[in-house]
Design a protein. Structure first.
Length: 193
Protein backbone atom coordinates (compact mmCIF):
# COMPACT_ATOMS: atom_id res chain seq x y z
CA UNK A 1 0.00 0.00 0.00
CA UNK A 2 1.04 3.51 -0.67
CA UNK A 3 1.46 6.14 2.06
CA UNK A 4 -0.06 8.87 -0.19
CA UNK A 5 -3.30 10.46 1.09
CA UNK A 6 -6.51 9.44 -0.64
CA UNK A 7 -7.33 12.99 -1.83
CA UNK A 8 -3.86 13.69 -3.19
CA UNK A 9 -4.28 15.73 -6.42
CA UNK A 10 -0.92 14.43 -7.62
CA UNK A 11 -2.36 10.91 -7.84
CA UNK A 12 -3.36 10.05 -11.34
CA UNK A 13 -6.93 9.04 -11.98
CA UNK A 14 -8.62 11.48 -9.54
CA UNK A 15 -10.72 14.30 -10.93
CA UNK A 16 -10.78 17.63 -9.07
CA UNK A 17 -14.04 18.55 -7.37
CA UNK A 18 -16.53 20.70 -9.28
CA UNK A 19 -17.95 22.16 -6.06
CA UNK A 20 -15.96 25.45 -6.19
CA UNK A 21 -17.07 26.03 -9.78
CA UNK A 22 -20.72 25.35 -8.90
CA UNK A 23 -20.52 27.81 -5.97
CA UNK A 24 -18.96 30.57 -8.11
CA UNK A 25 -21.52 30.10 -10.91
CA UNK A 26 -24.33 30.12 -8.31
CA UNK A 27 -23.10 33.42 -6.86
CA UNK A 28 -22.94 34.96 -10.35
CA UNK A 29 -26.51 33.85 -11.11
CA UNK A 30 -27.76 35.37 -7.83
CA UNK A 31 -25.83 38.61 -8.42
CA UNK A 32 -27.14 39.03 -11.97
CA UNK A 33 -30.69 38.30 -10.80
CA UNK A 34 -30.44 40.96 -8.08
CA UNK A 35 -29.08 43.53 -10.54
CA UNK A 36 -31.90 42.84 -13.01
CA UNK A 37 -34.59 43.04 -10.29
CA UNK A 38 -33.07 46.27 -8.97
CA UNK A 39 -32.98 47.79 -12.45
CA UNK A 40 -36.62 46.88 -13.02
CA UNK A 41 -37.69 48.29 -9.62
CA UNK A 42 -35.82 51.57 -10.15
CA UNK A 43 -37.73 52.13 -13.40
CA UNK A 44 -41.09 51.81 -11.63
CA UNK A 45 -42.83 54.99 -10.46
CA UNK A 46 -42.89 55.50 -6.68
CA UNK A 47 -46.00 54.23 -4.93
CA UNK A 48 -48.88 56.64 -4.42
CA UNK A 49 -49.05 57.87 -0.84
CA UNK A 50 -52.49 58.26 0.69
CA UNK A 51 -52.91 60.11 3.96
CA UNK A 52 -56.12 59.34 5.82
CA UNK A 53 -55.61 61.90 8.57
CA UNK A 54 -53.39 64.88 9.27
CA UNK A 55 -51.41 64.74 12.48
CA UNK A 56 -52.37 66.90 15.46
CA UNK A 57 -50.19 68.10 18.37
CA UNK A 58 -51.83 65.58 20.72
CA UNK A 59 -51.90 62.82 18.06
CA UNK A 60 -48.99 63.23 15.60
CA UNK A 61 -49.05 61.25 12.36
CA UNK A 62 -46.15 58.74 12.30
CA UNK A 63 -43.66 59.26 9.48
CA UNK A 64 -40.52 57.17 8.99
CA UNK A 65 -37.44 58.39 7.12
CA UNK A 66 -34.48 56.14 6.34
CA UNK A 67 -31.16 57.79 5.53
CA UNK A 68 -29.18 55.47 3.27
CA UNK A 69 -25.82 56.23 1.75
CA UNK A 70 -26.57 59.41 -0.14
CA UNK A 71 -30.35 59.17 -0.41
CA UNK A 72 -33.47 59.60 1.68
CA UNK A 73 -36.25 57.03 1.69
CA UNK A 74 -39.10 57.73 1.04
CA UNK A 75 -38.75 60.25 -1.72
CA UNK A 76 -40.97 62.13 -1.91
CA UNK A 77 -41.65 62.68 1.77
CA UNK A 78 -45.36 63.53 1.84
CA UNK A 79 -46.52 66.05 4.46
CA UNK A 80 -49.75 67.96 5.05
CA UNK A 81 -49.41 71.71 5.64
CA UNK A 82 -50.01 72.60 9.29
CA UNK A 83 -49.98 69.03 10.64
CA UNK A 84 -47.79 67.62 13.40
CA UNK A 85 -45.76 64.55 12.49
CA UNK A 86 -43.72 62.19 14.62
CA UNK A 87 -40.56 61.65 12.57
CA UNK A 88 -38.69 58.44 13.25
CA UNK A 89 -35.38 58.65 11.43
CA UNK A 90 -32.96 55.77 10.89
CA UNK A 91 -29.38 56.09 9.66
CA UNK A 92 -29.00 52.92 7.60
CA UNK A 93 -25.90 53.90 5.64
CA UNK A 94 -22.30 52.90 6.17
CA UNK A 95 -21.50 56.43 7.35
CA UNK A 96 -23.32 58.94 9.50
CA UNK A 97 -25.85 61.28 7.92
CA UNK A 98 -27.74 64.44 8.71
CA UNK A 99 -31.39 65.15 8.01
CA UNK A 100 -32.33 68.81 7.76
CA UNK A 101 -36.01 69.42 7.03
CA UNK A 102 -37.03 73.04 6.54
CA UNK A 103 -37.42 75.92 4.12
CA UNK A 104 -34.61 77.58 2.15
CA UNK A 105 -33.55 79.81 5.08
CA UNK A 106 -33.26 76.78 7.40
CA UNK A 107 -31.20 74.96 4.78
CA UNK A 108 -28.92 77.97 4.29
CA UNK A 109 -28.37 78.30 8.05
CA UNK A 110 -27.40 74.63 8.46
CA UNK A 111 -25.27 74.62 5.30
CA UNK A 112 -23.30 77.59 6.67
CA UNK A 113 -23.01 76.07 10.16
CA UNK A 114 -21.85 72.69 8.86
CA UNK A 115 -19.36 74.26 6.44
CA UNK A 116 -17.89 76.46 9.18
CA UNK A 117 -17.48 73.51 11.55
CA UNK A 118 -16.13 70.97 9.03
CA UNK A 119 -12.36 70.59 8.93
CA UNK A 120 -10.93 70.83 5.40
CA UNK A 121 -9.80 67.19 5.36
CA UNK A 122 -11.25 64.23 3.54
CA UNK A 123 -13.29 61.89 5.72
CA UNK A 124 -13.86 64.64 8.25
CA UNK A 125 -15.98 63.68 11.24
CA UNK A 126 -19.53 64.96 11.62
CA UNK A 127 -19.40 68.60 12.62
CA UNK A 128 -20.56 69.87 16.02
CA UNK A 129 -22.52 72.62 14.28
CA UNK A 130 -25.32 74.78 15.63
CA UNK A 131 -27.58 77.53 14.39
CA UNK A 132 -29.19 80.41 16.31
CA UNK A 133 -32.35 79.58 18.27
CA UNK A 134 -35.53 80.24 16.33
CA UNK A 135 -34.04 79.15 13.00
CA UNK A 136 -36.86 76.62 12.62
CA UNK A 137 -36.97 73.32 10.83
CA UNK A 138 -35.54 70.16 12.26
CA UNK A 139 -32.04 68.69 12.13
CA UNK A 140 -30.97 65.21 13.17
CA UNK A 141 -27.34 64.06 13.00
CA UNK A 142 -27.06 60.29 13.33
CA UNK A 143 -24.16 57.87 13.19
CA UNK A 144 -24.53 54.68 11.18
CA UNK A 145 -27.07 52.40 12.83
CA UNK A 146 -28.60 55.07 15.08
CA UNK A 147 -32.20 56.25 15.12
CA UNK A 148 -34.09 59.15 16.66
CA UNK A 149 -37.70 60.27 17.00
CA UNK A 150 -38.86 63.87 17.09
CA UNK A 151 -42.20 65.68 16.72
CA UNK A 152 -42.29 68.34 14.00
CA UNK A 153 -44.94 70.96 13.24
CA UNK A 154 -45.13 71.26 9.46
CA UNK A 155 -45.42 74.92 8.41
CA UNK A 156 -48.88 75.97 7.17
CA UNK A 157 -47.38 77.40 3.98
CA UNK A 158 -44.16 77.47 2.04
CA UNK A 159 -41.90 74.92 0.44
CA UNK A 160 -39.78 72.45 2.41
CA UNK A 161 -36.51 70.83 1.47
CA UNK A 162 -34.86 67.66 2.79
CA UNK A 163 -31.04 67.73 2.68
CA UNK A 164 -27.87 66.35 4.25
CA UNK A 165 -25.30 69.14 4.54
CA UNK A 166 -22.40 66.95 5.68
CA UNK A 167 -19.31 67.48 3.57
CA UNK A 168 -19.83 66.05 0.07
CA UNK A 169 -23.20 64.42 0.73
CA UNK A 170 -25.30 66.81 -1.41
CA UNK A 171 -22.77 66.46 -4.24
CA UNK A 172 -23.32 62.68 -4.05
CA UNK A 173 -27.09 63.13 -4.34
CA UNK A 174 -28.36 63.19 -0.76
CA UNK A 175 -31.30 65.43 -1.59
CA UNK A 176 -34.83 64.33 -0.77
CA UNK A 177 -38.03 65.63 -2.30
CA UNK A 178 -40.82 66.90 -0.07
CA UNK A 179 -44.38 66.90 -1.36
CA UNK A 180 -46.59 69.33 0.52
CA UNK A 181 -50.32 68.71 0.44
CA UNK A 182 -52.80 71.33 1.49
CA UNK A 183 -55.37 68.78 2.67
CA UNK A 184 -55.64 65.08 3.32
CA UNK A 185 -56.51 62.71 0.49
CA UNK A 186 -60.29 62.82 -0.05
CA UNK A 187 -60.40 59.21 -1.31
CA UNK A 188 -58.72 57.97 1.88
CA UNK A 189 -61.13 60.07 3.98
CA UNK A 190 -64.19 58.59 2.27
CA UNK A 191 -62.80 55.07 2.65
CA UNK A 192 -62.28 55.63 6.38
CA UNK A 193 -65.91 56.67 7.05
Amino acid sequence: MSDAPINDPARPGRRPSLAPLVVVVGFFVVAITLVLVGAQRSAEPPPTVTIDRAGAPDDPRPVTVIMRDYLFDPTPLVLVAGETVRLTVFSAGMTGHEMVLGDASVQAAWAHADAAATPPAPFATAPPASVPPGTGGVRLLLASGESATVDYLVPASGELQLLCHLSGHIAQGMIGRVEMRSTIDPVATLAGQ
